[in-house]
Each structure stands twice: as structure tokens, then as C-alpha cells.
Design a binder for this molecule. Structure first.
Ligand code: AP5
Ligand code: MG
Length: 189
């Protein structure tokens, strides 16, 4: 699940994971859990997340690999917020290939920037997320998305695996669009 901050990756990935019986991994959620529990990893990543910067690739890839390995019997995975750089996309391909798997597709949620900012500002009232509370950090997250993450879309597009979905409307409408798209793309039986 791909898209800028606030586009609904987490909301939709969670609903799709329930619908299809897949394991949902949000790298942002995992990092925030580590920060809350003050683990060694949490201490390493906190400064990046609070500044709206990406966590270095080596740390992120190792963490993702560990999370996936925790679900050896999974029927499928829905990754939310990963990969976010070309290096992460390449590492994911290598990791999956070594296990006889591959990425089925990348789906980007398209939402106008004004709505992204509005959604994040509303969420900031209850999320407790340091990166939601400061408008400068929200701007930084959007900038990082455009410069470092947007190229990942092209990476999958060149392989015929990228799609964009209208990410506006009600949460239910968007889920419906996603379910129809996924069913036309992958064997979900
Ligand atoms: P991450 O946690 O992934 O944050 P993000 O990409 O900035 O995206 P958000 O979680 O803010 O938004 P979302 O797209 O999930 O939308 P949501 O469903 O919540 O990453 C945080 C940080 O971790 C990064 O900045 C980086 O530091 C680090 N990190 C994570 N992954 C990394 C990686 N791979 N490499 C390096 N660093 C990494 O929806 C947003 C809000 O809108 C919610 O309140 C929701 O209820 C609401 N909403 C959703 N849909 C709708 C709708 N249709 N209508 C109205 N409101 C809606
Ligand atoms: Mg999220």
C-alpha cells in the first residue's frame, strides 16, 4: 500500500488484511511500538521519525525482514509504508526471491495535498504522534515523500506492477475500490 502521509495506507491496509486474511505490516507502526517500549531499535529511530525523516535503509530492511519472518505460515502480506526508497524496493525483491515469493503489486492512494494535511491535522488531536503535531514536520514528511519515495512508484511501474486508485471518498468506498482492484490482479482464493 503506497501513498503520501495521510493518504489512508494504514486505514485501508488494515481493512484489506481482514478481508483477505493477510498479515498487515506497517513499518511506521512497528517503529512507534519500539519507541514506546524504549527498545534499542526504538532509541535508534526516534530522532528520524520525530523529524519526519526516513529511518536509514539498513535498519528498516532488517526490521521488515524480522517482522515478515514472524509469520512463516502467512497466506499473504500487505505492506504499508514499505518500500519507501529504491534501495528498499531492491532489498525486498531479493528477500522475496530468496523465499520463492514476489511482489504482486503496488497500489498508490491518490489524495489531494490539502486533504492530506487536513486529515493529519485532525488526527493530531488524538494520535499522540509527534510527527503529526508540528506543521513543519508534516511539510517535511510530504517533501521526503516527493523526493525519496515517489521514485518507488516508477520502479514498480516499469515492471507493470503499479496502479493508482482514487483515495478520496468514504473509507468504505475506497476499500470497495481496492478489493475490486486486488481481485482483478491477484488470485486471492
Ligand atoms: P508512517 O507511519 O508510514 O507514516 P506516513 O507515511 O507519514 O503515513 P501516515 O501513517 O501518517 O498516514 P497513512 O497513509 O497510513 O494514513 P491513515 O490511514 O493513518 O511512517 C512514519 C515515519 O516512520 C516516517 O516518517 C519515517 O520516519 C518512518 N518510516 C516508516 N516506514 C519507513 C520506511 N519504509 N523507511 C524509512 N523510514 C520509515 O489515515 C490518515 C488519517 O486520515 C487517519 O486519521 C484516518 O482516520 C483518516 N482517514 C483515512 N481515510 C480517510 C477518508 N477516506 N476520509 C477521511 N479521513 C480518512
Ligand atoms: Mg500509517
Amino acid at each position: 500500500m503506497f501513498g503520501p502521509p495521510g493518504s489512508g495506507k494504514g486505514t485501508q491496509a488494515s481493512r484489506l488484511a481482514s478481508h483477505f486474511g493477510w498479515v498487515h505490516i506497517s513499518t511506521g507502526d512497528v517503529f512507534r511500538r519500539h519507541i514506546k517500549q524504549q527498545t534499542e531499535l526504538g532509541q535508534k529511530v526516534q530522532q528520524y521519525i520525530e523529524a519526519g525523516q526516513l529511518v536509514p535503509d539498513t535498519i528498516t530492511v532488517a526490521m521488515l525482514q524480522e517482522e515478515m519472518q514472524r509469520h512463516p505460515g502467512a497466506r499473504g502480506f500487505i505492506l504499508d509504508g514499505f518500500p519507501r526508497t529504491i534501495a528498499q524496493a531492491e532489498a525486498l525483491d531479493d528477500m522475496l526471491q530468496a523465499n520463492g515469493m514476489e511482489v504482486d503489486g503496488l497500489i498508490a492512494l491518490d489524495v489531494p495535498e490539502s486533504e492530506l494535511i487536513e486529515r493529519i491535522q485532525i488526527r493530531s488531536q488524538t494520535s499522540g504522534r509527534a510527527d503529526d503535531a508540528d506543521p513543519k514536520v508534516i511539510q517535511e514528511r510530504l517533501k521526503v515523500y516527493h523526493t525519496q519515495t515517489a521514485p518507488v512508484y516508477e520502479y514498480y511501474d516499469r515492471r507493470g506492477k503499479a496502479l493508482t486508485i482514487d483515495g478520496t471518498g468514504t473509507i468504505e468506498q475506497i476499500t470497495q475500490r481496492l478489493v475490486e482492484t486486488i481481485e482483478s490482479l491477484v488470485n486471492t482464493a
